[in-house]
Design a protein around this ligand. Structure first.
Ligand code: FES
Length: 186
């Protein structure tokens, strides 16, 4: 290998290396939506506490940014949650809430609340749940409950904003459907 050939080869290799290094950030940006796909738990501000009366569950939409491949959709409905606020004891403690995903763990329809029966019912195939989110047993229901597990509980936090207003923030998460175990979708 003569000296001229070696220098030409070296110059080409350096040029190639520089081009690859420059392309990496662009490639990362391009592939980012693929890496973000899935729905690991994220926290969303759902409703002011004053919109949740004690005693009867209330349904709220969870709104936030949705990323579909390379497109970003701001303020989309990502799902729904049911929020139950226990009657307060009046001792000035923090309100006690239960928050469930409104997605039926059978095949994913949105469950309704039946005030007259104080329980949740799925309109699609009759999945039924107590007002604490437990699956109602077949014997109690009188038919086979298609739901393989209870409603999926979601962690929450009550957060006070700069004006003093208290907000419910929920860690929204999707779970695999039609499995007895609760498996978060990563
Ligand atoms: S989707 Fe709810 S019972 Fe089937």
């Amino acid at each position: 290998m003569n000296r001229r050939f070696f220098l030409a080869l070296l110059t080409r290799l350096i040029g190639l290396g520089t081009a690859v290094a420059a392309a990496i950030p662009g490639l990362r940006l391009l592939l980012d939506p693929l890496r973000q796909k899935g729905s690991a738990a994220k926290r969303y501000r759902v409703a002011p506490l004053e919109a949740i009366p004690p005693g009867t569950p209330v349904r709220f939409a969870v709104r936030g940014q949705r990323i579909d491949a390379w497109k970003v959709f701001p303020e989309q409905i990502l799902g729904y949650v049911w929020v139950f606020r226990a009657a307060e004891s009046g001792n000035g403690g923090e309100p006690h809430l239960r928050v469930f995903s409104a997605t039926c763990p059978h095949l994913g329809c949105t469950v309704d609340y039946r005030t007259d029966k104080s329980s949740f019912l799925c309109p699609c195939h009759g999945g039924a749940f107590t007002n604490t989110g437990d699956r109602i047993p077949d014997e109690t229901l009188g038919y086979k409950n298609p739901a393989p597990r209870g409603l999926d509980p979601l962690p929450y936090e009550l957060v006070r904003d700069e004006t003093g207003k208290v907000w419910l923030e929920v860690e929204f998460q999707r779970f695999e459907l039609n499995t007895p175990e609760r498996k978060p979708i990563a």
